[in-house]
Design a protein around this ligand. Structure first.
Ligand SMILES: Cc1cc2nc3c(=O)[nH]c(=O)nc-3n(C[C@H](O)[C@H](O)[C@H](O)COP(=O)(O)OP(=O)(O)OC[C@H]3O[C@@H](n4cnc5c(N)ncnc54)[C@H](O)[C@@H]3O)c2cc1C
Length: 96
């Protein structure tokens, strides 16, 4: 879980660097960071819920709230599918 969190941090900083330096692939890097972070983030919270057993799915628990918030991140500000389309659009410039 720690490895996933550090991976997320690195790709978000990398996307921010591309935006700061005005590289023309910044939008693809932003989508890659968002997509990868929500996929890894969902796995981290899924494991945390599993580790705590029933507490994690109890409706008043903090983990339950984080689990639902993480799921929202797969939908808000561009769904996973939309991020994949943006990444494909960028890739298609090179793939022809
Ligand atoms: C936390 C959060 C914050 C939000 N904030 C805002 C906000 O500030 N402003 C705002 O206007 N909206 C906001 N939304 C709404 C959000 O933008 C929409 O929920 C999102 O765009 C999905 O649209 P939809 O719910 O109508 O689902 P639909 O468009 O019906 O999509 C349903 C599913 O089908 C997939 N899908 C749709 N079309 C395609 C396609 N062509 N190819 C492949 N898959 C496809 C989608 O990815 C999704 O998984 C927010 C949502 C959340 C969860």
């Amino acid at each position: 879980m720690m490895a996933y969190i550090e991976t997320m941090r690195s790709i978000v900083y990398d996307a921010a660097l591309h935006i700061d330096r005005k590289y023309d692939d910044y939008y693809a890097l932003a989508s890659i960071a968002k997509l990868t972070s929500v996929l890894l983030g969902m796995d981290v919270i899924r494991r945390a819920v599993q580790l705590t057993g029933a507490y994690g799915v109890w409706s008043n628990s903090k983990l339950n709230r984080i689990y639902r918030d993480a799921k929202l991140m797969e939908i808000g500000e561009g769904t996973n599918e939309v991020q994949r389309m943006v990444i494909y659009k960028w890739l298609s410039r090179y793939l022809g």
